[in-house]
Design a protein around this ligand. Sequence first.
Ligand code: GTP
Length: 413
Amino acid sequence: MRIVNWRPSNLRAATGHGNAAVVDPRSIFLTLAMLSLLTGGVLGLMHRSLLPDVQRAAVLWRQGTLMVAMSGAMFAFQDLLPRWLGVIVANGLLLFGLTTYLHALRSFFALPSPRLAYLLAAVVIALLGWFVLVVDLYAVRVGLSSVLIGGLLLVSALTVHQNRRSDLETSARIMAGILFFSALVMAARMLSAPFLNGPNVLVPNVMNILAGLVGAIFPVVGTTAFLMMCSDRARLRLLKASVTDELTDLPNRRALAEFAATQRRQLGAGRSVALLLFDLDRFKLINDTYGHEAGDRALIHVAGILKRLAPNDALAGRFGGEEFLCVLPVTSIDTAMALAEAIRAELARSPMQLGQERMTITASFGVSLMESNADALDRALAKADRAMYRAKASGRNRVELFDQVGQASANLK
Ligand SMILES: Nc1nc2c(ncn2[C@@H]2O[C@H](COP(=O)(O)OP(=O)(O)OP(=O)(O)O)[C@@H](O)[C@H]2O)c(=O)[nH]1
């Protein structure tokens, strides 16, 4: 049995080159293999704490990492392995590993699997086989594999860049950055292919060392960035859930209260924030007659109208039960009343389909203003509430404004 020792002096003998490097490619490829296995293992340990919708992507990422690790181990001993194993299988594992990384990222963003990339990888592996077994051309092999590796890395970088939302900014930016940088290194390797001498990747030239280093760093930084993307998604989903009403997907009471408080703090003298509070009319009757599910659909119907009519600078949400609130920043009474009237009228003329029946849902509105002086949100809400109950008492399906005297001073129907 041959004992492998990868000190630079032995490496010189193995590769037939005299220019020993301080960092030799064999050590780098072995490091790549070990780091890939380690980071893949860490990802495996974290699996159960990931969100269900990223678990498939995480499994794919681990599979990619395992393939890259195996290819690293084979490259490390390329000079000792038969050429079909050390070149064709090793490159095949690397190319399929990187394609699986792309697959993982696409799965993360709920995109279909990259079938074309898998096909391309298979074609390139077949070509590599040709240039090993039939025509032995080292430079062509390096060029071919570098083109596909660089292409896969670039497409992966673009996938992350194009699909990242503002909520995934930091982790996705790190991921896109490392992918793009690795693609650049591969582009340099492809361009230098005609000047590279074989017989294998263990020759300690700058390009082999650089490509090996990037290969060793990528599993660590890439897997860390992938884990960060997973944790960002979980964090932001929790954040969204804490301020969103699950049924209607509108902002919930907490979001509305925070928005109103922020708007009030920013008010200048003589400016005001309007609160439009409305409650659906005889909603209990809908639940009792058609069932709770029909009631839920009615709430979603109302939410749709509210989303459509609320101005961009306002925040409209579900305040609780069958009550909705629209916070209208820096506005006049006239604007607030006009908006409330527009929502009321749109609800009244937009019946919803319930089985064979069409049902009209109306609402009663109370409008109040929060002034810049320390008029607490609770007080303004209580005023809107009183105006709203005045609208209910006056026959429903109407808008009432709360004035300073505490009466519903104006009403619209
Ligand atoms: N389906 C459904 N019903 C809800 C939900 N939240 C609150 N409700 C129902 O809304 C109804 C509110 O009824 P009430 O407060 O008596 O008022 P109303 O029938 O709308 O009558 P007025 O307000 O006087 O016009 C109750 O039956 C609640 O069960 C919900 O999320 N889904």
